[in-house]
Write a protein that binds this ligand. Structure first.
Ligand code: ZN
Length: 313
């Protein structure tokens, strides 16, 4: 009886590792630093050593481990290889093969945004659903998609790259991906600040508390809107509108049960889910107009849980 599984969320500065019971109960979690030296060649051996040591400490035999899931910051091919993770120095790498060799148990590899969606489905804001879209509103806009309980990674590992759906073909400036008008350009935390700056520029004579901020952040914008600042309210409305519009396009393709909003911007709480839901309904195809909105619940642990879920079926 294989009672345990492991989840490893590999990030640019730290690796979050967890040992779980296969029913989703966390046994223990800890972190190790990500050693990016030597093109990241030490990362997988470091993880394997740390995991083996912890299993031994807990008296858990290798035979009792169903497998280990790893989430990596980059696109993952269906065979568990990656085409490069620039943040951690990797070029083309067979993560599944190398890790199975090191650990001697089955290994599954997923993209970090997709495994976070799986984590929210297993134990978080999307618990009880099988069709889940996780939208991470941070520096960029990330997406993770689960359909029928399985990650949709796509042929190129670019499934659910929802931040780069074009929602404004007439945009003049370029997104980080080199094209104009992406959802991320408006709906990331950076995007919220951009919308605010553009509006302040356009409405130069209008008073707003947003002008008092030296380094304007997305939080400042949402806080000011909450406090009733008129300009901030207009910016917030535009933000909700852009995001709701973008999500309406995505739902016409994948029709999830629930859209889970996470990332820094989601700290705005129900004000965010309610605001986006309203504009979403305005644009959505009638059959998916009632799609639920929820807040992510697992924070930085979502990826680690989702990684474990990849191997616990
Ligand atoms: Zn883009």
């Amino acid at each position: 009886m294989k009672e345990y599984c492991g989840g490893v969320d590999l990030g640019g500065t730290t690796v979050k590792i967890g040992i779980f019971k296969t029913d989703g109960t966390l046994v223990e979690k800890w972190e190790i630093p990500t050693d990016k030296s030597d093109s990241g060649s030490k990362i997988l051996p470091d993880i394997a050593d740390s995991l083996k040591k912890k299993l031994e400490e807990k008296g858990i035999a290798k035979d009792a481990v169903e497998g280990v899931g790893i989430g990596v910051p980059g696109p993952v091919r269906p065979d568990g290889t990656v085409a490069g993770c620039v943040n951690i120095g990797w070029g083309d790498k067979n993560v599944k093969g190398e890790m199975e060799e090191l650990l001697g148990v089955p290994v599954e590899v997923g993209n970090d945004a997709n495994v976070a969606a799986l984590g929210e489905m297993w134990q978080g804001g999307a618990k009880g659903y099988e069709n889940v879209l996780l939208v991470t509103l941070g520096t960029g806009v990330g997406g993770g998609l689960i359909i029928g309980g399985r990650i949709v990674a796509g042929a190129h590992g670019a499934g659910a790259e929802i931040g780069h759906v074009t929602i404004e073909p007439n945009e003049k400036e370029l997104c980080n991906c080199g094209r104009p008008g992406c959802l991320e350009f408006y709906a990331s935390a950076t995007g919220a600040v951009r919308l605010a700056k553009r509006r302040m520029e356009k409405e130069k004579d209008k008073a707003t508390t947003l002008r008092d901020q030296k380094e304007l952040t997305a939080k400042d914008v949402f806080d000011a809107a909450k406090a009733g600042d008129e300009m901030a309210l207009a910016v917030e409305e535009e933000y909700f509108d852009r995001l709701g519009y973008g999500l309406s396009i995505i739902c016409a393709v994948c029709d999830p049960d629930v859209i889970v909003l996470g990332g820094g911007v989601s700290k705005a709480g129900e004000r965010l889910t309610e605001g986006v839901e309203k504009t979403f309904k305005k644009y959505a195809f009638p059959a998916c107009r009632e799609t639920r909105f929820a807040l992510a619940e697992m924070g930085n642990d979502a990826g680690m849980y989702g990684c474990a879920k990849m191997v616990c079926r």
